[in-house]
Design a binder for this molecule. Structure first.
Ligand code: AHR
Length: 489
């Protein structure tokens, strides 16, 4: 029998709700078709934004949404995306398929989307090919309550009140697509940009500097040493590649058990990365005032056969669901430093919550994990120890269980996953007396997915809970993610 020991007396603090954030880039069919169809579309919409997508995202309580990229951000000039749509500039999206971007979805449309979903916007500025003035004026356009010419342009475009956007990114992957800079050079560039990222109406903005890709600890060291007094958050990007080979990443659906376990074992590298980057940050910021923002993460596979390779469209199986759960558990265990995470990406790109085809929409297994974990948003993290066997193939092993727990308004939520593709497991919960428990679960075959013909995978009530002498036992089926709400005895 496996054991999970909860210690309600020991906590690292709050699990920031922004850990369950999303990312939407002008890439493939994420924005266009996936989110924005235009007011004249036969697909039911509000201000051009799909109603079905809005409703689905509201259900998982998306806390924060990053936009417009990614790589796209460092070629994006915000003034091309405001004003009458028919007059907006048409540009080539050089990063993603070379398609023409007509800028019909710009600042006003993005902020309307956030308002409709009920989430905070997080705007990423252009450092690679933009200017200091451009970013300074974007912030002024969005946040200034004055009647400056820049703010008046906002009024002319139909918005009198400033939006007061808090989260601003200063560039994206500036070590790569965002300008191929060295850490030392970017740190100085960052300081220059940040000097002009101003606060309006006494509402301080939260500046996020471009951080490392995966294990580039030198980048974190230099940024913390040279620029941390001028940022509130430092980002980190890390993707899980099933084969570990960027040239041939592996299929999203046609994989065997060995690749299934390889992916789940590999994704635990997030733990190593968070430890490594946090240790550097701790030296410069022992009080943990600066946030580590994992603003791109998730599984990256080969695209679906027959789709545009530049559109990064991939299906989503139970493997993705487990990978999301494992990463959430890791973020929760580092919630004293990790203040935001944005899965890549929200709709139709990489590890998506939602896939669309014309007027049809489906919810992926990953979507359901966000649903199962939503009780953790802004809850008190509880120390969780997992004692279990390893499972896997001959070449790849991983602990069978992953779990995290939190407490809010006297209710404890335990989320736990069984990573074994074929073996159920009994789990004894220790450390607290239990008077009541109820659960919900997502389970299926390791390579199962939802398609447009029918959604077999969905969250169901979970009947594998037994309380005996105030002790909770959980019977998990193979390949599942569950959320259990617990009342103390
Ligand atoms: O999410 C897809 C791309 O991955 C982003 O545009 C970029 O930041 C990263 O390399």
């Amino acid at each position: 029998m496996a054991r999970i020991i909860l210690n309600p007396e020991l906590s690292l603090g709050t699990i920031d709700k922004n850990i369950f954030g999303q990312f939407s880039e002008h890439l493939g069919h994420c924005i266009y078709e996936g989110i924005f169809v235009g007011e004249n579309s036969p697909i039911p919409n509000t201000h051009g934004i799909r109603n079905d997508v809005i409703e689905a995202l509201k259900r998982i309580r998306v806390p924060v949404l990053r936009w417009p990229g990614g790589c796209f951000a460092d070629e994006y000039h915000w003034e091309d995306g405001i004003g009458p749509r028919e007059k907006r500039k048409r540009m080539v999206n050089n990063n993603w398929g070379g398609v023409v971007e007509d800028n019909s979805f710009g600042t006003h449309e993005f902020l309307k989307l956030c308002e409709l979903i009920g989430c905070e916007p997080y705007i990423c500025g252009n450092v690679g090919s933009g200017t200091v003035r451009e970013l300074a004026e974007w912030i002024e356009y969005v946040n200034s309550p004055s009647d400056s010419s820049v703010a008046q342009k906002r009024w002319e475009n139909g918005r009198r009140e400033p939006w007061q956007v808090k989260y601003w990114g200063v560039g994206n992957e500036n070590w790569g697509g965002g300008g191929s800079m060295r850490a030392e050079y970017y740190a100085d560039v960052y300081r220059r940009y940040a000097t002009y990222c101003r606060n309006f109406a006494d509402k301080p903005i939260y500046r996020i500097a471009c951080g490392a890709g995966s294990g580039d600890y030198h980048w974190t060291e230099v940024l913390m040493r040279e620029a941390s007094r001028m940022f509130e958050g430092l980002s980190l990007h890390h993707y899980t590649i099933p084969t570990g080979d960027w040239g041939k990443k592996g299929s999203a659906t046609a994989f065997g058990l060995d690749e299934y376990y390889a992916t789940l074992a590999r994704t635990r590298e997030m733990e190593t990365l968070l430890r490594g980057h946090s240790a550097i940050m701790d030296r410069y910021d022992p009080e943990k005032k600066k946030g580590l923002m994992v603003d791109e993460w998730g599984i990256w596979t080969d695209v679906e056969p027959g789709t545009n390779p530049g559109f990064l469209y991939q299906q989503n199986t139970m493997r993705d669901a487990l990978l999301a759960a494992v990463n959430f558990d890791i973020f929760a265990a580092h919630c004293d430093r990790v203040r935001m995470a944005n899965i890549a990406q929200m709709v139709n790109v990489l590890q998506a919550m939602i896939l669309t085809r014309g007027e049809k929409m489906l919810l992926t297994p990953t979507y359901h994990v966000f649903d199962l974990y939503k009780a953790h948003q802004d809850a008190k993290q509880l120390h969780t120890t997992v004692l279990c066997d390893a499972v896997g193939s001959e070449s790849w092993k991983t602990p069978q269980l992953s779990a995290s727990a939190s407490e809010k308004e006297s209710k404890i939520t335990l989320t736990l996953s069984n990573l074994s593709a074929d073996a159920p497991v009994k789990v004894q919960i220790e450390g607290l007396a239990v008077s009541f428990a109820r659960g919900r679960i997502l389970s299926g075959a390791y390579n199962q997915y939802n398609d447009f013909e029918g959604e077999q995978l969905a969250v169901k009530d979970f009947d594998g809970l037994t309380i005996k002498d105030s002790r909770l036992q959980i019977d998990l089926p193979p390949c599942c993610v569950a959320a259990v709400e617990i009342e103390r005895g």
